[in-house]
Design a protein around this ligand. Sequence first.
Ligand code: G
Ligand code: G
Ligand code: NA
Ligand code: MN
Length: 253
Amino acid sequence: SKFDNDLKHAIEYDEFILHYQPQINLHSNAIIGMEALVRWQHPVKGLLSPYNFIARAEETRLIIPLGLFIFKKALEQAKRWQDENFFNGIIAINISNVQIEEEDFIEQIEAIRQKIEVSALSIELEVTESSFMNNPMHSSKTLQKLENLGYKISIDDFGTGYSSLSYLKQLPLHKLKIDRSFIRDLPRDRDDQAISKAIIALGKTLELEVLAEGVETEEQKVFLIENGCDSMQGFLFAKPMSAEALESFLHQN
Ligand code: G
Ligand code: G
Ligand code: NA
Ligand code: MN
């Protein structure tokens, strides 16, 4: 289709940019990570959200070259920030199921990583529950290899997928990211209180860090601190921004 050709063209012509959103430790308020979030700078349609193209990129498998491009861009940014001593924490990168299931995914990202010279210890791969439920044998091997190489693995949008609790125990995971749909109506909504507390408790039991997504208000932050959540991400601290915008934002604050 026209859209697929546009997408292919956009990968070749470098029309994708990354925005970054800080992840904050709830106790120290330190920035512990930066999540890379892709946008398409479309020549006609303007800045497109991933909701407009990631699903199609997955269906056409264009997510494979796009995902590698995103990985490379994010690492180049992380490397610059490390060299400038601006930020030395974790760079978090979203990884699609299609990428995880790709045979030579690890070889491909490792080639990029070694060339850019960023330690795997400072890279977190955000996967979703479905990426280890579709093909548990293959994915658990892949995640185990990544862990052996030093990568951290977090589960994005946690609570919205279909994960088995036994996998959570077996897989080499570092972090659960509570989906923002459970945070939005805190602290008022009783169901969301129960769900977010349950996820925090589950994380504690399994010795996983728990991050709350989509934190927009001080009241939500207080609720999360009181209930033992470790970290947060959301508009309350900062929205996703270009690297330049983020640098000036952090210098001003
Ligand atoms: O940044 P924004 O809130 O618009 O992101 C919307 C969705 O797109 C989120 O679910 C996010 O996980 C996904 N997304 C953002 N960037 C990437 C990316 O680089 N790769 C993949 N696979 N998904 C992404
Ligand atoms: O699925 P994923 O968690 O990767 O999605 C991240 C998306 O959430 C990004 O598109 C980002 O723009 C959006 N986002 C980040 N913080 C907030 C927030 O505080 N409120 C809302 N509504 N969206 C947010
Ligand atoms: Na994410
Ligand atoms: Mn998420």
